[in-house]
Design a binder for this molecule. Structure first.
Ligand code: G3H
Ligand code: 13P
Ligand code: ZN
Length: 307
């Protein structure tokens, strides 16, 4: 059933678990997301970037979600706009039937971020839609980074408290050292869990981890064994994901892991049979591989068995 983001994340916040927010850009990814949720008995957040909306068309996205929600009526699902860049973009998603939107004004100054987020919150709440905002910048923390540099990049817990109180935003993505994509850390993985706990303590709302792909060895190996190149890639270790959930993370944004798992299978089929051109022969194992990654992630985050 299509529900608001708040309905899914308030429960996760109260019961201390994380919900996978999985990006999709086609039917196959969305199908795998629902199929994983069905197997793990987990709620889900299915999310699209503005780029995915441009690629698929917002009407197609809503139609696909409606069909899947009808096919799996027992699965609570929120349709979320990932990294909305303007009020207009969020409004378009809300008016098209999204049940959750992110306004990402984290690159603006505090006051501008607050003003834009508040504008989105006012409109979204009048339509029963939940809102995510971001504070700080998404980037890895290097081992030798100074305290000053860290403070400039990562979320400021006092600001987070003020931001949440004034904007009335439903959930917040605090920058604690993750980044998007397959190359998250140069040295040892490092996240600022102390800062995370402080933000949770001061805001007491659901928190969001962006850049949460783990790139597990079996996913990397599957890609490499087909001749793929992921030199220098490093994800967020499973132990860190668990610690992040213990520290108050409830929405766990995951895209890169799905892309790599999917493309490893496509590459494998192409390598094994150069004469193959039936799309279904590529996409069926690709959906299975993504599903496996997501079922495992739901178990790690604690959302498995929650429906
Ligand atoms: O946060 C970004 C997501 O991974 C989606 O990226 O803009 O390439 O669709 P995209
Ligand atoms: P990954 O690149 O780690 O999968 O992060 C995705 C994300 O944060 C989408 O908003
Ligand atoms: Zn993100």
């Amino acid at each position: 059933m299509l529900v608001s983001g708040n309905e899914i994340l308030q429960k996760a916040h109260k019961e201390h678990y994380g919900v996978g927010a999985f990006n999709f850009v086609n039917f196959e990814m969305l199908n795998a997301i629902f199929s994983a949720a069905d197997e793990a008995k987990s709620p889900i957040i299915a999310q699209t970037s503005e780029g995915a909306i441009k690629y698929l068309g917002i009407d197609m996205i809503k139609a696909m979600i409606d069909v899947m929600a009808k096919r799996y009526p027992h699965i609570p699902v929120a349709l979320h706009l990932d990294h909305g860049t303007s009020f207009e973009s969020c409004k378009k998603a809300i008016d098209s039937g999204y049940t959750s939107v992110m306004i990402d004004a984290s690159h603006h100054c505090f006051e501008e971020n607050l003003a834009l987020t508040s504008q989105v919150v006012e409109y979204a709440h009048s339509k029963g839609v939940s809102v995510e905002a971001e504070l700080g910048r998404l980037m890895g923390i290097e081992d030798n980074i100074s305290v000053d540099e860290k403070d400039a990049v990562l979320v400021n817990p006092e600001e987070a408290q003020e931001f949440v109180a004034k904007s009335k935003v439903d959930y917040l993505a605090p920058a604690i050292g993750t980044s998007h994509g397959a190359f998250k850390f140069k040295g040892e993985p490092k996240l600022d869990f102390e800062r995370l706990q402080e933000v949770k303590h001061r805001t007491n709302i659901p928190l969001v981890l962006h850049g949460a792909s783990a790139i597990p060895d079996y996913v990397r190996d599957a890609f490499l064994s087909t001749g793929g190149d992921l030199k220098g890639s490093k994800g967020v270790p499973f132990e860190f994901l668990k610690e992040a959930v213990r520290g108050g993370i409830n929405k766990v944004n995951t895209d890169t892991d799905l892309r790599i798992a999917f493309m490893a299978e496509v590459r494998k089929v192409a390598n094994n049979d150069p004469t193959q051109f039936d799309l279904r022969k590529f996409f069926t194992p690709a959906m299975e591989a993504m599903k496996k990654v997501m079922v495992e992630r739901m178990q790690i985050l604690g959302s498995a068995g929650k429906i």
